[in-house]
Design a protein around this ligand. Structure first.
Ligand code: SF4
Length: 203
């Protein structure tokens, strides 16, 4: 507890006779007040370091206010779960922009936005609105090593698309046969193409 006592020293020198050991009498209230101030400074510094460290983990810039980081060592991650919808989502991070909580997903391995990235983001947005009652206007994808920012707008049309995918997924769970939609390019590079009965091939 050395640091909280540091602000006490200059003030002691201002007190008449403080240099003389035998004459130093500081009221207990002042000492306690200075200790509390020191503690606040230490806590503030700790919080600031945690925020900076969390930003570093996501690749977000200095000005971004980070609220949570999934699996982060500094700020705890956040999970959104709706029992009613039987859906769960875990954004990679949550940030605050213009008073709104915004979900962020980090995709360091690719610079290209795929449907699966958008669907996961729309699910975060859907559950955040369902649980908090506030509709985030967009989510952010950080793509590739350079963390290129892509905003995914939370529109009615996109949410309808998500709903249709969820309905399809539920009907498959209920026994409706899944219809594969393979792509020639993906199948060409797939590890199990030799044994897959659904693979697409060049005609
Ligand atoms: S080969 Fe089969 S498993 Fe692999 S991508 Fe194509 S359809 Fe999917």
């Amino acid at each position: 507890m050395t640091l909280p006592l540091l602000p006490v020293l200059p003030i002691l020198q201002l007190i008449p006779g403080a240099e003389d050991d035998s004459a130093v009498t500081v009221p207990t209230e002042i000492v306690l007040l200075l200790l509390v101030l020191g503690l606040i400074i230490v806590m503030w510094d700790l919080f600031d370091r945690r925020s900076k460290s969390a930003r570093k983990e996501t690749g977000l810039d200095e000005k971004t206010e980070v609220l949570s980081v999934r699996g982060g060592s500094t700020l705890p991650g956040k999970e959104y779960y709706s029992e009613e919808l039987a859906l769960v989502s875990k954004p990679d991070a949550l940030i605050k922009e213009e008073g709104m909580v915004i979900p962020v997903d980090v995709k360091p391995m690719t610079d290209k936005v795929r449907d699966r990235h958008v669907v996961a983001m729309l699910l975060h947005l859907k559950l955040m609105e369902e649980i908090t009652g506030e509709r985030p206007p967009y989510g952010i994808l950080l793509m590739g090593q350079k963390r290129r920012q892509v905003k995914i707008k939370n529109t009615e049309e996109k949410q309808r698309w998500l709903d249709s995918l969820i309905d399809e997924m539920r009907s498959i769970c209920d026994g409706v046969p899944a219809v594969p939609a393979p792509s020639v390019y993906k199948c060409k590079h797939c590890d199990v193409r030799a044994i897959c009965t659904h693979k697409a091939e060049d005609k």
